[in-house]
Unconditional design. Structure first.
Length: 271
């Protein structure tokens, strides 16, 4: 599978410049550069693709592709971008593609030494295969095991805040879904992981106990104010030995259920 940014001929985002009226910027760039097409000074990176990958699509393993058209006016992010095609629809790849495009630095066209505005077209591929291949594996957790008292405090926190924790996870997964699909998928998620899932509670409690001191947890239970918010790297570190695919069958079932109702395929997969 190719990089998260679709490659065509060379490393970078596939870009073409449709015929359009040039708009002089009245900025003489010197005789050294007489003519040049628009291009990328710094293309959007695979990291930008990974960071913007729609949560639900990632969870159930669906790839997506977005075609965009933008203007390149000056050196910087492309402007006035619009999505011209997306597949599959309704999973949030449209917004994700616009966010990824904004991370690149485009170079304007030059005509007769003058900077001109041109429209460009390019595609961004969100590939679950690529994300899995390039993701950094966190180092196995090697810290001390939490005490029984720490685990009891952490479990109390998780049980107390379970509805909030799970609601936050839901919103992260549902973000970007077509509005007409959100409540349907929300119900499916709750069937997959019902409130009170013991395995889920035990895992969350172990992670919190590894991250927090007993004093921090006692203070949180007292006033509800966390002493700090763990970073994503810290959370990955304390959960690195968890069986990440232990509920894979549930996610596969959810994918099958979703794809039976709505399209999940890229155009190339339909041929």
């Amino acid at each position: 599978m190719l990089s998260g940014i679709l490659l065509v001929g060379a490393l970078g985002v596939a870009m073409t410049a449709p015929a359009s009226r040039e708009i002089p910027q009245h900025q003489q760039l010197g005789a050294a550069i007489d003519h040049s097409a628009p291009g990328w000074r710094t293309p959007p990176s695979p990291d930008a693709v990974a960071q913007n990958f729609p949560g639900f699509a990632m969870a159930i393993g669906i790839s997506g592709e977005v075609a965009l058209e933008c203007r390149v006016v000056v050196l910087g992010p492309p402007q006035g971008c619009k999505v011209t095609a997306v597949a599959p629809e309704g999973l949030g790849f449209e917004r994700a593609g616009l966010n990824v495009a904004a991370t690149g630095v485009a170079r304007p066209a030059i005509m007769d030494g003058v900077q001109v505005t041109r429209r460009i077209a390019f595609r961004i591929l969100f590939s679950t295969d690529t994300i899995e291949e390039t993701a950094d594996e966190p180092s196995p957790y090697s810290g001390p095991p939490p005490s029984a008292a720490a685990l009891a405090l952490a479990k109390q926190i998780v049980t107390q805040d379970l509805s909030v924790i799970m609601a936050n996870e839901e919103e992260s997964l549902l973000n970007g879904l077509a509005p007409s699909r959100i409540e349907i998928v929300r119900q499916w998620l709750r069937e997959k992981r019902p409130l009170g899932d013991n395995e889920y509670i035990e895992r969350q409690a172990l992670a919190i106990a590894r991250l927090s001191s007993e004093d921090e947890m006692i203070a949180y239970l007292s006033d509800g104010t966390p002493s700090r918010t763990p970073t994503e790297d810290e959370w990955l570190r304390v959960t690195s030995d968890f069986p990440s695919r232990s509920d894979e069958a549930k996610w596969i079932g959810l994918r099958n259920r979703y794809c039976a109702r709505w399209s999940c395929h890229l155009p190339a997969e339909d041929n």
